[in-house]
Design a binder for this molecule. Structure first.
Ligand SMILES: C[S@@+](CC[C@H](N)C(=O)[O-])C[C@H]1O[C@@H](n2cnc3c(N)ncnc32)[C@H](O)[C@@H]1O
Length: 252
């Protein structure tokens, strides 16, 4: 219902309405932001859950969701294990929405909500895992963002990104109105930028016809992880994480 309504707005809306709605996908605020957020819950929850499942989270881990929006990833992580969860998003209304739903976890300091962009996030204790779904399009400098994620993770920490591949987006009527707020990506670009940022074992699985999940791993200690200053060395395969089970990623 919400996805249909959102598509209706972009189909019949013109000029400012449509531009305003699309801008709310980049930073959901106000009434249109909540409409966009409801559409995200309807359209993206399956992908978000598959991304979290690909990380195989365990009790006691510290994890981060980048661009949590209405918080489907936080919900999935809460279901997966007993974790300390950080979520970062520049949208205050989205963080309040997540905080209201999980106020008990916030009080117990199991959930930390950060009102910031990823590049402004600083954490004292390193993370075991991080993920972001439908957020890479809003990173003007992907390598800088991925490098920051690499540095927030502990050695061996894993990152999973979910997104729609640009080649699929280009033939989607809805996505065609995205304009300049979105920086479309292909899985080749995401993979290359992750390697440049120092990630190893980078693999992509198809969630469905259009959507992809790319995962990578910060190398374990003792392995030269400065891919960002060199080439993709053979040693990197030594620390490659198990690729996510494609069956799991398509059925979660
Ligand atoms: C399209 S929504 C996706 C929400 C949810 N992950 C999903 O897939 O349904 C993108 C979210 O990323 C947030 N965002 C945009 N740029 C960001 C950045 N640089 N760092 C962190 N979050 C960002 C937006 O505020 C928004 O809540």
């Amino acid at each position: 219902m919400w996805g249909g309504l959102a598509r209706g707005v972009t189909a019949v809306g013109h000029g400012r309405w449509r531009a305003d709605y699309v801008a709310r996908l980049a930073e959901p605020t106000g009434l249109l932001g909540h409409l966009a957020a409801n559409a995200m819950v309807e359209s993206n929850t399956d992908l978000v859950r598959a991304v979290v499942a690909a990380l195989d989270l365990h009790d006691g881990q510290r994890v981060l969701e980048v661009g949590c929006g209405p918080g489907q990833g936080v919900d999935a992580a809460m279901d997966a294990a007993d974790l300390v969860i950080h979520a970062v998003d520049p949208s205050g209304p989205m963080l309040r929405r997540v905080g209201r739903r999980h106020r008990h976890a916030v009080r117990r300091r199991r959930l930390h909500l950060h009102h910031a962009t990823l590049l402004d996030l600083q954490l004292v204790v390193p993370l075991q895992a991080a993920w972001g779904v439908n957020v890479v399009y809003f990173m003007a400098d992907r390598v800088a963002n991925f490098t920051h994620l690499h540095d927030l993770l502990e050695p061996g920490g894993r990152l999973a990104l979910g997104y729609t591949d640009d080649q699929a987006m280009a033939v989607d009527d809805f996505a065609r109105c995205f304009g300049t707020t979105h920086h479309p990506v292909t899985s080749d670009q995401v993979e290359a930028d992750l390697r440049t940022a120092g990630f190893v074992g980078v693999v992509t699985v198809h969630h469905d016809r259009a959507r992809r999940i790319t995962i990578g791993c910060r190398p374990r200690e003792g392995v030269d992880d400065r891919a960002r200053t060199g080439t993709r060395g053979a040693a990197m395969d030594l620390t490659a994480p198990e690729p996510p089970d494609p069956v799991r990623t398509t059925t979660s």
